[in-house]
Design a protein around this ligand. Structure first.
Ligand SMILES: Cc1ncc(COP(=O)(O)O)c(C=O)c1O
Length: 395
């Protein structure tokens, strides 16, 4: 009997992850300083438990009323979220998905055929590689350039990555992990560049609400006057810090003809799956209403941890931090005695500090590391203290 055959797109390398296993053992023993923690439900924030549980006990949950776009009440809740950001949306341009990750997959299926190209920022979110591969697309990175004080889009690398097979450009506002927002000033150029080439723009705004300070130059509304087909993605996972609820959304803008064709096709894709569960849709208005309070707690935590980090760095000139405007992460540059993988291994083995090496996010600079700003303050402080002490000893 022949062996069952598997699709090439699932031929991943299933190497054991020794760092991950060691981190798990240390976690079980209560000894881990986990600076990779990005699950907000594990970080001691105060959720409005009763309100969330009541919202999930809606009697309408016992009815099945499928709508490929998502239920009107839930789309109205998304519309209200944008209204609070002073963005007026037509609910007919909002679609619900089970997550932002799923939304990416739907858009990849909508916009590109097998072998075509999707452009994504580097450094950037590691899941893109897997999402592109799962949809038989080629991921072509464009670079984000660090000028010493800020991250900016490297136009030359975007233009040179483009080929006639390019179909869409992913943009993160702000980026994960660098926390850099898109500039309002570069948006018309990006729109025109994409429109001229028939490319779609996909803007991931999951961390949009987590800015450390206001900035008038930040791109706040990428839906207005879109000349290219433009999709904005977000979801409860970060907006309400509820990744377990599984609710994301897609918002569309762009020229009328292309938008009408996109709507018809996208709704067909969504109709194939109907993947958003009724309980989360019925609860969406209430769940989104809990967002401001949880966001305030997260912003206070990430800012406090960022200040703590900076206080430590001021006494440790060997380690520097890249500028960060928002999001849940800070990015560091460690001395070059070791590469980033070796630093990550040593810190875990010797100091029980777990962080992500920069190559995981595609940093081209040597010795980079990414730390989450979500952990409880005492854990974060001790993790950073140990990291800086280890660097001092190695210097
Ligand atoms: C930039 C970015 N986009 C999307 C997601 C995934 O969100 P979801 O839980 O809605 O799939 C994440 C998760 O960390 C993320 O960092």
């Amino acid at each position: 009997m022949p062996d069952p055959r598997f699709a090439r797109r699932t031929a991943w390398e299933f190497d054991p992850d020794p760092l991950g296993s060691l981190a798990e053992r240390l976690r079980v023993r209560g000894e881990l300083y986990d600076l990779t923690e990005s699950n907000p439900t594990r970080c001691g924030f105060h959720y409005e438990d009763a309100r969330i549980r009541t919202a999930l006990a809606d009697a309408r949950n016992l009815l099945y009323a499928p709508d490929p776009r998502g239920q009107a009440s839930a789309r109205a809740a998304v519309q209200a979220y944008y209204q609070a950001r002073r963005i007026d949306l037509d609910p007919g341009r909002i679609w619900l998905t089970a997550s932002t990750s799923e939304a990416y997959s739907h858009l990849f299926r909508l916009l590109a055929d097998a072998g075509e190209r999707v452009h994504a920022p580097q450094p950037g979110y590691p899941l893109f590689e897997l999402l592109a591969g799962q949809n038989d697309l080629e991921l072509a990175a464009y670079k984000l350039h660090y000028d010493g004080g800020a991250w900016e889009l490297d136009w030359e690398s975007l233009e040179s990555a483009w080929t006639p097979q390019s179909r869409l450009v992913l943009l993160l506002n702000p980026n994960n992990p660098t926390g850099a927002y898109l500039r309002a000033g570069e948006w018309p150029r990006l729109q025109a560049w994409a429109a001229e080439r028939g490319l779609a723009l996909v803007v991931d705004e999951v961390f949009f609400d987590y800015a450390f300070a206001p900035d008038p130059n930040r791109l706040c509304d990428c839906l207005q006057d879109a000349t290219a087909l433009t999709f904005v993605l977000s979801g409860l996972s970060k907006v309400a810090a509820l990744p377990q609820m599984k609710l994301g959304w897609i918002v569309l803008a762009g020229p009328a003809g292309a938008a009408a064709a996109a709507i018809q096709r996208l709704e067909m894709i969504l109709d194939i799956y109907l993947s958003v569960a009724a309980p989360v849709q019925n609860a969406a208005t209430e769940l989104l209403a809990t967002a401001p309070a949880i966001q305030a707690q997260i912003r206070a935590r990430t800012l406090a941890n960022l200040r703590e980090l900076d206080a430590g760095l001021s006494a440790s000139p060997e380690v520097t931090r890249f500028a960060v405007e928002g999001g849940w992460y800070a990015t560091l540059r460690l001395p070059r005695h070791h590469d980033d993988e070796t630093w990550a291994r040593r810190l875990l083995e010797q100091d029980s500090v777990y962080l992500h090496p920069g190559h995981f996010y595609g940093f081209s600079q040597e010795g980079c590391a990414v730390v989450s700003l979500l952990p409880r303050e005492p854990d974060f402080r001790e993790g950073i203290r140990r990291l800086l002490e280890r660097v001092r000893q190695a210097s």
